[in-house]
Each structure stands twice: as structure tokens, then as C-alpha cells.
Write a protein that binds this ligand. Structure first.
Ligand code: FES
Length: 869
């Protein structure tokens, strides 16, 4: 039988060492098939082999011989499932999307053959797509899309353009991510990593290869010849194929002198524990996992801190101590812990580098195109304009892709040494070991209420467990909640010889809420009060007050079960509040140019799934009254005007106003040439056409203007703190199986107060995804390592479990859009505030259902069963 791919004859695979995915991608150029986990867990690489969905990352390439293969490109973008995914925004970054589209196409066809145009229920869709993971958590849109496609709603092209302008490219596999940009002749780089937790590296060397010459080997350690954790990058090698590069990496000799190590945080604070950082220089150079610059704090051995925030702190402490002595029933003092959560973007860290005539060309999966290009220029001593960095599509980041990481350095150095383009792509084990994580925490919280039910004192002490890194802000964030009652909060870090954390979506926020919001719930029970009523009394934040008002009328809350519940399955409803600082990027810029009679919107920002590409196009189109389809939006290139990084909930609130300003400036420029262009409002189509023809080559740059009340801080490297905080309230319903210890989140209401929302569907998608990530944090995700060796054990997506479609609640998002009228554009970021309270709401729901309060995350079945006993 002939071998065919996408309906056309194809040469039979000739390299049995290749996987089917590698063959399709690298030999046939069908890069729509993505590789994410490499172990058949996530579904991103799904193809059809003789019509059957198959994980191509596990399939040897020669199994395609004599078969008919269909990749996402073979669906032609015309399958109803693809149209529906785009229309219902069943995607964010788009990295998982081709796999979903391929599998969904089969399910939709099969369903319709068996059931006609009926709509499958949520459980049927979840079952059908159980082999697929979306780390962005775009499941609500996927549920809606697949059901609609089954019901025959997308048999023809819909009239309306999809809400996400790049959705058509993502559902068809046309969107090219960094790894897809490897030109012919690209070599593969592999990083050599430490196998010991602490050592001084004396020498790194490699024996000559089969051809008698030493392999290309570059050093990644820098001046300090010390490794401090298993998995730390030491060197890198390259070869024409990845298999060969791996062999070479195995053969690299690392001569080292072992140093004493400590991999357990409790052991690290013992008086005789080996100390990781002995000098001030070493301590100052410790990696940081906070989002903002790490404030100074004292060190004592491996314990850093406390970083203290205090408001009438001595009063708070005196009141809490006195209450403890007299065993005051209105004192809630508890300890909560959280596990490390790994960012796990489905697109791993990957870089493709090449040098051409002294210029550096880079494709990097990054959240910060401009910053990484700046750093590359500085590191390799190049004029900035000679660094050409592109990140057109980025498969998620969540905070992990914001530095000049070892994959970038290795690719650039190896490209220089070999004279070839070099691609360095982390495999899933590397991604889960040394690409960042949200550190685990141990947090003690104490709340004291007065006889009148008021909050009289609050204290929080939190210990971050970020391996070799520091930067706990868990306690500090608690200081921003519940008014101005006396309070003292203290943050510590315990350093160990384990990999470093990185800032992860709302750094410090989810562990803070897990402790504080459950303690508030416990206090409500002590006071015999409705948890909502208590928050309404204690919380002075007007935005959350608006959300509380909404919750009071919410059937999910109002009609929740009351009293003790019995039986195996018990339903409960819990809530949690959250807030997040307003960050912005004062230097954000957007260029608007007239090129070839069209409008081009440009900026060196990037879209990691947040939808900024659609936001920029939408803003300009709305401001000028032109069709978004007539605009070209070019982002993700370092050569463009400065665009901000995609982190700190600051992208849209910074880039959106700059785009408005650009549109206004362009209008003025057009009016100078074409007086028929109106001073405001939509530009009629025929007027615009003539005006653009007269303005060919014109380019303007819009800026992010200052807010009406200014900023709380000066500009700190394109980062400033604005006035006001966003708010959120989550209400979660769960069903607890008390026999098997399983918690099933069934419904969630997410109320978000971040001012004006730029693109409603895209914003909602982001908040729905935050619920998915919060559920993962609460129930499934746990980075485990071996305390004896420091080796990360949960280094694949079997052992590090991400939530799938069957794990998540049906989610409704509500936006309260008032309260930020002083902000240019009227709205601030919502990516972080939307994740902070999810796990805490779930914890409170479990308590409501069972009467037992969970203290440790993740809430595994063994913990729940043990707790209920
Ligand atoms: Fe699914 Fe990003 S859209 S992983």
C-alpha cells in the first residue's frame, strides 16, 4: 500500500530512529504537529493514521509506511471543528490547538454519524478529548466549540470573524512557533546538566567524536565554577541530529569536586547545615522568583528574612499573644502549606540561533522580546540593531520565559562555534526540572476578632521553598487585604540545593489566599456568621464590595446547601477574595504605518496566549472605525518599537492606550493630507482608502500616556506601580467523594474587577483558564523531588499531573468594569488576580461539604481520607 500524507503520495520514512512527529515536522515541514510532552500524554502531536487519532511523538516514523496519514494541515481549516474552535475561542496560545482540532474532527464526524445534529453533553466531550491537555486552560471554549460543531452550527463558514484574530492560523497549524523556524541544515543542541546537588566544577571536556575531531562544546557556567542543584546547566553540545547530540552530551566529562549539600528545607535551617551562599556577593546573586525587584533582607545561614510589613505591628502582635494566652475563641491561628507548581507551558523553552555576517538571528519562545534582545546585545557585545529576535507565536509562559535562559545562551554559542543555525529545545523532563516553578510555601496565619466581630489583629509568617532562589512575597500580599487593622506580616526564604523557582502567574498570591482566605472562612464559622457577610464587613475595597453584592444574589451561593451533609457524595460551596497590584509599563509604544495602502500595527510585544495581537488590532480598528480585517498586526519582532513584556498583568493596560494614541496620531497625519478625514469617529471606507493612498510611507508612534492621578512609583525599567488594585471573588462548588477521597469541582463563578475589558471573550477565556490552573494547584499539581539526592522525580506529564477537560468546573466569568476611570484606557490587568483565590475557594468548599478543613496542597485523596477520619 502507498504511503500518503494529507491525501498526497509521500516518501516512506527512511530513518527508523525518528518519531513520526519528527519525520512530519522536520522532513516534511508539516510543523502544525506539535511536540510538547514527548510521552503521549498531552495530545499536542495527535495525527490521524488510517483515520485513527494517534500520538505521533511515540510512534516510530516507519509505522507511517504504507499508511494514510492526516495532519492538521490536511484538515484544510475547513472542518467544522476548526471553525468552531476559532469562533468559540477554544484556544489561547494555540500550541495544543492542532492536536485538539485533529481529535475533535474525528469525534464530531463520528458523533454526527451516530446522533445527527444533536449536542453532546459536557461529559461526552470531556471523554472524547480526555487525551488532550491545554495548559492555558481554554476548556470552556473547547467544550462550547465541539458541542456546536456536533450540532451542525459550523458546517459553513460563520459570518463573523473569530474574536481572536490569529485563531485561523492556530486552528490550522499555520501559526509557526519558535521550534518551527529551523531552516535546512539546522543543528540540534543539547544541554549537559549537573548530576550532583553541589560541586565545584574543575573541568569540562569531551573526547573526539567518530571523525577524530572534538564535538562542538560550549560552557554555560560562567565565572563562578559552582553548581548548586541537580539539573543545572553546565555546558552544551551540538550535532546535526538530536540523537547524535544526545550521545555527545552523554559523553561529556565533567570533573568536579563535590561540596556538602542540603536538599530538605527543614534540614537546611539546622545549625550544622551546609550553607549555600557564604558571601554577600553570592547572596546578592541568588536567583529571584519574585515579580518585582527583591527587597533586601537579612540572612542567617540558609534562612533569608524576614522581610517585614507592619501597620501598628507591635499592637497586632501584643493582641495576638494575649489572645493566645487566654485561649480566646475568636483567635484563629493555623498553618497552611502549598506544593511547588510548575509553569509547564506546552511549548517548552526553545531557541533557534544563527549568525549571519556578524548579526545574530534568534527565534526564542519568550514573554519578553525586547528585554531578551537587549540582554543578548549586551551579552554578545552587539549593537542592539544587530540582534534580530522573533517570537511570532509563543506557546504559553506563565512567568517562566522571561530571562536569557540557558537554551538561548546555548543556541547562540553553539551557532557561533559550529557555523550552523542551532536549535536548543528543552524536553519535558528538562522543562519540569529546570525551567522554573511556583515555590512551595509554609504559612502561619493568625486572625483575631473582637466581641463586635471586627478584625483586631492579623499576622502572617510565610516561608518560601524556592530551592536556590529567593523572593517570597506571600505574606506581603496578605498585608494588602482587609483594611487597616493592626497587622504584621513577615516573609522568609529557606534556600536548598534544588532548582530555582521563577515568578509564576500572581507570584505569592495563590499561597497567600490559600492560607488567609481559609482563615477568614474559619473565623466566620467561629463567629457563626455567613462568610460573605463577614467579608462584606471586613473588606473596605469598593471593587470587591461590588462583587460581594453580586455574589449575594448568585443562585450558586444563595441556594447552596446548608447544615451538616451526610452520605458518600457531599456537595459544598466556598468562596475566596483576592486582590492584585496594578502594574503598568510606562514606556510601551505602538507604531502605526501606512504601507502598500494598508494599515500596519507594530510593536515589539508578544502574544503568549493573552490575545494582545487581537487587542491591538481591535483598539485601532475601533478608534478609526475601520474593519479589523483591513489591518495587519505585526508583533514579536525586536526591530519594532518598544513593546512591553507579557508578565505582571501589565501588557493590555500598557499596550492598549499606546495603540489608541497611535490611532489618534495617525488620524491627524491623514487629515493633514486628506481634509475629508473626520476629526473623530469612524473614517468612511472610501475616505480612508484615498487618505491611505495619499499617506503612503507615513508612520506614527503612539505612547502610553500617564494616568490621571499619576503613578505610585517612578518608572523602574519599564515597570511602575499604578494607583488602585484589581479585585476578584471566586465562588466554587465541589462534590466530595468521601469514600475515594476525590474532589470534583462542578461549578465556579469568577467575579473580576479590573475596570474596562478590552476584548470580552478573550478576557473571559483568560479568567476561565485561571480557574483551570487554580484547580490544578488545588488538586493535582505537585512537584516532587528526592530529598536524598535533589533529583526532580515528577519530570514528565504522567507524574506531574495537569488538569484535563474532565477535571474542571463549568465556569462563569463576571466583569465589574467600573472603578478605573483614572487609568488611561479605563482598565488594568486581570491575568494574575484571576488565579489568586481559586484554590482557596475550593478549600472552603471542601470544608463546607465535609466539615473538615484542608491545610495542605495539593488536596490529594490520601489527605482527604486521612482528614475525614
Ligand atoms: Fe492550549 Fe495554550 S491554548 S496550551
Amino acid at each position: 500500500m502507498d504511503t500518503s500524507v494529507n491525501g498526497a503520495p509521500s516518501p516512506a520514512p527512511d530513518d527508523p530512529g525518528l518519531s513520526a512527529a519528527d519525520h512530519l515536522r522536520d522532513r516534511l515541514g508539516l510543523t502544525g504537529t506539535k511536540i510538547a510532552c514527548g510521552s503521549g500524554v498531552c495530545g499536542a502531536c495527535t495525527i490521524l493514521v488510517d483515520g485513527a487519532p494517534t500520538a505521533s511523538c511515540l510512534l516510530p516514523a516507519d509505522h507511517l509506511t504504507g499508511r494514510s496519514t492526516t495532519t492538521v494541515e490536511g484538515l484544510d481549516g475547513l472542518h467544522p471543528a476548526q471553525r468552531a474552535l476559532a469562533a468559540h475561542d477554544g484556544l489561547q496560545c494555540g500550541y495544543c490547538t492542532p492536536g485538539f482540532a485533529v481529535e475533535a474532527s474525528v469525534f464530531v464526524d463520528t458523533w454526527r454519524a451516530e446522533h445527527g445534529d444533536t449536542r453532546p453533553d459536557r461529559a461526552a466531550v470531556a471523554d472524547a478529548l480526555a487525551g488532550h491537555l491545554c495548559r492555558c486552560g481554554a476548556y470552556e471554549g473547547i467544550f462550547a466549540a465541539v458541542a456546536a460543531a456536533c450540532a451542525g452550527e459550523f458546517d459553513t463558514e460563520p459570518d463573523q470573524a473569530p474574536p481572536r484574530s490569529d485563531a485561523p492560523d492556530k486552528v490550522t497549524g499555520r501559526a509557526r512557533f519558535s521550534a518551527d523556524h529551523a531552516p535546512p541544515g539546522t543543528w540540534e543542541g543539547v544541554i549537559v546538566r549537573s548530576k550532583v546537588p553541589h560541586a565545584r566544577v574543575a573541568k569540562v571536556s569531551a573526547d573526539p567524536g567518530p571523525d577524530g575531531s572534538p564535538p562542538p562544546l560550549v560552557d554555560l557556567l560562567g565565572e563562578e565554577r559552582v553548581v548548586r542543584y541537580v539539573g543545572q546547566a553546565i555546558a552544551a553540545v551540538a550535532a546535526p541530529t538530536r540523537a547524535l547530540a544526545r550521545e555527545l552530551a552523554e559523553a561529556v566529562r565533567v570533573d568536579l569536586d563535590p561540596l556538602p549539600s542540603v536538599t530538605d528545607p527543614r534540614a537546611a535551617t539546622a545549625p550544622d547545615a551546609p550553607v549555600l551562599y557564604r558571601t554577600k556577593e553570592e547572596r546578592d546573586a541568588a536567583p529571584a522568583y519574585g515579580e518585582a525587584p527583591t527587597p533586601p533582607a537579612p540572612w542567617n545561614g540558609n534562612l533569608r528574612g524576614p522581610g517585614v510589613i507592619s501597620w501598628r505591628g507591635p499592637t497586632a502582635v501584643a493582641r495576638l499573644r494575649a489572645a493566645g494566652r487566654r485561649r480566646d475563641p475568636l483567635l484563629v491561628a493555623e498553618e497552611y502549606t502549598t506544593a511547588a507548581q510548575v509553569h509547564s507551558p506546552l511549548e517548552p523553552h526553545v531557541s533557534v540561533a544563527s549568525w549571519v555576517d556578524g548579526d545574530l538571528y534568534l527565534h526564542v519562545s519568550t514573554q519578553s522580546v525586547g528585554k531578551i534582545a537587549d540582554k543578548a546585545a549586551s551579552r554578545w557585545e552587539l549593537p542592539r540593531e544587530r540582534v534580530h529576535l522573533v517570537a511570532e507565536y509563543v506557546g504559553g509562559g506563565f512567568g517562566a520565559k522571561n530571562s536569557l535562559s540557558p537554551d538561548v545562551v546555548a543556541a547562540v554559542e553553539l551557532a557561533r562555534v559550529t557555523g550552523h543555525p542551532v536549535r536548543v529545545s528543552l524536553d519535558r523532563s528538562e522543562e519540569l526540572t529546570d525551567a522554573g516553578y511556583r515555590p512551595g510555601t509554609r504559612t502561619r496565619v493568625a486572625l483575631l476578632a473582637g466581641g463586635d466581630g471586627s478584625l483586631r489583629a492579623l499576622s502572617v509568617d510565610s516561608y518560601g521553598d524556592g530551592g536556590v532562589s529567593v523572593g517570597s512575597s506571600t505574606a506581603a500580599l496578605a498585608a494588602l487585604m482587609y483594611g487597616r487593622s493592626p497587622r504584621r506580616v513577615r516573609d522568609y526564604d529557606v534556600v536548598t540545593n534544588r532548582p530555582p523557582g521563577e515568578p509564576m502567574r500572581g507570584p505569592g498570591g495563590p499561597p497567600m489566599a490559600w492560607a488567609l482566605e481559609q482563615a477568614v472562612d474559619a473565623m466566620a464559622h467561629r463567629l457563626g456568621e455567613d462568610p460573605l457577610a463577614l467579608r462584606r464587613r471586613w473588606d473596605g475595597n469598593p471593587k470587591r464590595q461590588a462583587l460581594y453584592e453580586r455574589v449575594a444574589d448568585l443562585p450558586l451561593w444563595r441556594d447552596r446547601p446548608r447544615g451538616a451533609r451526610t452520605g458518600r457524595f457531599r456537595r459544598g460551596v466556598g468562596m475566596a477574595a483576592a486582590g492584585w497590584p496594578y502594574l503598568l509599563a510606562p514606556d510601551a509604544r505602538v507604531e502605526l504605518a501606512v504601507e502598500g495602502g494598508s494599515l500596519v500595527v507594530r510593536s515589539a510585544t508578544q502574544d503568549i496566549g493573552t490575545g494582545i495581537r487581537a487587542v491591538l488590532g481591535g483598539v485601532v480598528s475601533e478608534r478609526l472605525g475601520v474593519d479589523a480585517a483591513d489591518l495587519r498586526v505585526e508583533i514579536g519582532r525586536s526591530s519594532s518599537v518598544h513593546g512591553t513584556g507579557s508578565f505582571g498583568s501589565r501588557t493590555t493596560t500598557s499596550m492598549g492606550p499606546a495603540a489608541v494614541d497611535a490611532a489618534d496620531r495617525l488620524r491627524e497625519a491623514l487629515r493633514e493630507r486628506s481634509p475629508d478625514v473626520p476629526a473623530s469617529g469612524p473614517v468612511p471606507e472610501h475616505v480612508l482608502k484615498e487618505a491611505l493612498a495619499a499617506a503612503e510611507g507615513v508612520s506614527v508612534v503612539g505612547e502610553r500616556r500617564r494616568d490621571r492621578w499619576g503613578q505610585l512609583t517612578p518608572n523602574m525599567g519599564d515597570l511602575a506601580v499604578g494607583r488602585g488594585m484589581s479585585g476578584a471573588v471566586h465562588v466554587m462548588e465541589v462534590e466530595v467523594d468521601t469514600r475515594l477521597g476525590r474532589v470534583r469541582p462542578t461549578r465556579c463563578w469568577a467575579g473580576i474587577a479590573a475596570g474596562r475589558v478590552y476584548q470580552e471573550r478573550l478576557a473571559r477565556n483568560q479568567c476561565e483558564g485561571a480557574v483551570v490552573q487554580g484547580v490544578g494547584y488545588a488538586l493535582h499539581e505537585e512537584r516532587r523531588d528526592d530529598p536524598a539526592t535533589g533529583v526532580v522525580l515528577s519530570d514528565d506529564l504522567e507524574d506531574y499531573r495537569l488538569p484535563g477537560m474532565g477535571d474542571v468546573p463549568e465556569t462563569e466569568v463576571y466583569f465589574h468594569e467600573e472603578g478605573f476611570e483614572h487609568v488611561v484606557g479605563g482598565g488594568i490587568g486581570l491575568g494574575e488576580v484571576s488565579v489568586v483565590g481559586v484554590a482557596a475557594a475550593l478549600g472552603n468548599a471542601v470544608h463546607d461539604a465535609t466539615g473538615w478543613r484542608p491545610h495542605d496542597l495539593p488536596l490529594r485523596p490520601d489527605r482527604l481520607i486521612g482528614g475525614l477520619r
